[in-house]
Design a protein around this ligand. Structure first.
Ligand SMILES: O=C(CO)COP(=O)(O)O
Length: 138
C-alpha cells in the first residue's frame, strides 16, 4: 500500500520515533513524504521514501494529487496545532481530499499507532476494494 508521511516541524521528532518504532511494518509498503519529513524518516530508518516538495512549497498538494487519483492508501500527517502555517489552505485541502476519497488519515501520534497496527493486521484491506472501484468518484 502507498503511505504518505508528513510532519510539521515541531512534530518531526515524533515522526522519527513513530517511523523507527514501526519500521518493520512500514518496510512492507511504498512510502511517500513531503520534502523535509522524508529526509527525517530516511535518516531515522534508512527506508526508501519518495520525497515530494517541502510542504510550504506544494508538497501537501502533491500528496493530494495522488489522493485524488485514489493512489494513496494511508496518510500520517502529524500537524502542529499550536503554530500557524503559511500554507494552511494546502493543509486543509489535503484533509478534505482524504475525506472525499475515504483515505485513513492520522493527525496525531495516537491515531497513527492505531492505523499502523491495523495496517499490520490487514484491517485496511478495504482500500483494495476501493482500488477495484475507481469509477465511484467520477
Ligand atoms: O509543511 C509540511 C506539511 O504541511 C511538511 O513539509 P516538510 O516535510 O517539507 O517539512
Amino acid at each position: 500500500m502507498k503511505i504518505a508521511l508528513i510532519a510539521h516541524d515541531a512534530k518531526k521528532p515524533e515522526m522519527a520515533r513513530i517511523a523507527t518504532a514501526y519500521q518493520e511494518i512500514l518496510a512492507h509498503h511504498e512510502l511517500f513524504a513531503t520534502g523535509h519529513t522524508g529526509q527525517v524518516v530516511t535518516d531515522a530508518t534508512g527506508l526508501p521514501v519518495h520525497r515530494f516538495n517541502s510542504g510550504p512549497l506544494g508538497g501537501d498538494q502533491q500528496v493530494g494529487a495522488l489522493v485524488s487519483e485514489n493512489q494513496m492508501d494511508l496518510i500520517i500527517f502529524l500537524r502542529d496545532p499550536l503554530t500557524a502555517q503559511p500554507h494552511e489552505p494546502d493543509v486543509n485541502a489535503l484533509l478534505r481530499l482524504a475525506d472525499v476519497y475515504d483515505v485513513p488519515i492520522a493527525t496525531n501520534a495516537g491515531t497513527a499507532e492505531v492505523l499502523l497496527r491495523g495496517l499490520a493486521r490487514g484491517l485496511l484491506a478495504f482500500r483494495q476494494i476501493v482500488h477495484g472501484d475507481e469509477s465511484r468518484h467520477e
